[in-house]
Design a binder for this molecule. Structure first.
Ligand SMILES: [Zn+2]
Ligand SMILES: [Zn+2]
Length: 368
């Protein structure tokens, strides 16, 4: 039957987001419609509106949401209307070589479904009947969303919906970078560049893993204050403290075991790589512009055996990791309440994005 929904759209490059009433089509075979309860405002949404992630408008934003199943497409037998779900912006097909080798975050289907559902078509139209794209194959910053079944993970409904929403991107990406990608060991030393939504979760991932030293690097003192609340044992503000690499070397006695870059800049990736000890691991979590590059001197590479790797979605296995993260929250080991520092109505979306740019929140969430 389809439904009308207020949604947050990217219409024009470098212009504020707009709130419009859109038409959400009913789910087709293998799809579901979700009544969205809450959607986090992620830096990647902002990156779509300013061209850092080059995607063509018009685009329904949002990829970090939770809600309730309100309609089932044909053939969906393992979910029911009324189920609470967290949206995963990676649909894991379970059949491609990456899914089969246990790396569903690299799923080939997901790589194709960036602007549409996996079948290559959209379920959204504006009031004039023009097709709208789905951001990150999801586009869930609206009252209703139609998605592929493989993009939703059923969860325990007892968790607050705004807390559940942020598990779907910032928490999974950050905590997963530490626990899944790097497999941080107890007693280790870690450095995290960038203490935004993802960086704070990387910090708490390192804390959950039992790191003894967690050094947060950011140019905003406000974010460093958040970082200390999420487990950072030391903070460095390069604006006032100078070169972070030298500081990390001194604090760790010769280099960190792990470094995480959660910004997406060549210069900070180079610093992260420079910060790790011989045999240490530098993990790139931040998404840079496609034109960004990073260079290293080649001479020391064989002598130091450092590892440089990317981390896609915290190397998520959504159906295992989302419930696991929520269990950590229920057990008091994962901070979610402290992450959601502001909630907004859908009509306040413009202000939510302004606050993201200003860096005033650990995470801002739109609640429907
Ligand atoms: Zn995100
Ligand atoms: Zn796959």
């Amino acid at each position: 039957m389809g439904r009308q929904a207020k949604a947050v759209l990217y219409r024009e490059l470098n212009k504020p987001v707009v709130v419009e009433t859109i038409q959400v089509e009913s789910p087709k075979r293998g799809e579901v419609m979700v009544e969205i309860g809450a959607c986090g405002v992620c830096h990647s949404d902002l990156s779509a509106t300013n061209g850092t992630i080059p995607l063509p408008p018009p685009l329904v934003l949002g990829h970090e949401a939770a809600g309730t199943i309100c309609e089932l497409g044909e053939g969906v037998s393992d979910l029911a209307v009324g189920d609470t779900v967290v949206v995963s912006w990676i649909p894991t097909c379970g059949k491609c070589r990456y899914c089969v080798m246990g790396k569903p975050q690299l799923c080939d289907v997901a790589a194709k479904a960036t602007l549409t559902l996996p079948d290559g078509t959209s379920r959204y139209k504006d009031s004039k009947g023009n097709t709208l794209h789905h951001f990150a194959g999801t586009g869930v910053m609206g009252e209703y969303a139609t998605l592929h079944r493989d993009n939703v993970i059923k969860i325990d409904p007892s968790v607050g919906i705004d807390k559940a929403a942020i598990v779907g991107c910032a928490v999974m990406t950050g905590v997963g970078a530490a626990l899944n990608t790097a497999k941080v060991e107890p007693g280790s030393s870690c450095v995290v560049f960038g203490a935004g939504g993802v960086g704070l979760n990387t910090i708490q991932g390192c804390a959950i893993a039992g790191a003894k030293q967690i050094i947060a690097v950011d140019k905003a003192d406000k974010k460093l204050e958040f970082a200390r609340n999420f487990g950072a044992t030391h903070t460095i503000n390069p604006s006032s403290d100078g070169d972070p690499v030298g500081k990390v070397m001194a604090l760790t006695g010769g280099g960190a075991d792990y470094a995480f870059e959660c910004i997406g800049l060549g210069a900070t990736i180079q610093q992260a790589f420079g910060c790790v000890r011989k045999g240490g691991t530098a993990v790139v979590v931040g998404v840079s512009k496609p034109t960004e590059t990073v260079t290293f001197g080649a001479f020391l590479l064989p002598f130091q055996e450092k590892v440089l790797t990317g981390s896609m979605y915290g190397s998520a296995r959504p159906s295992i990791d989302f419930p696991r993260l929520l269990d950590l929250y229920k057990g008091g080991r994962l901070k979610l309440d402290e992450l959601v520092t502001a909630t907004y109505s859908v009509d306040e979306a413009g202000r939510a994005f302004d606050d993201l740019v200003a860096g005033v929140n650990a995470r801002g969430v739109i609640v429907f």
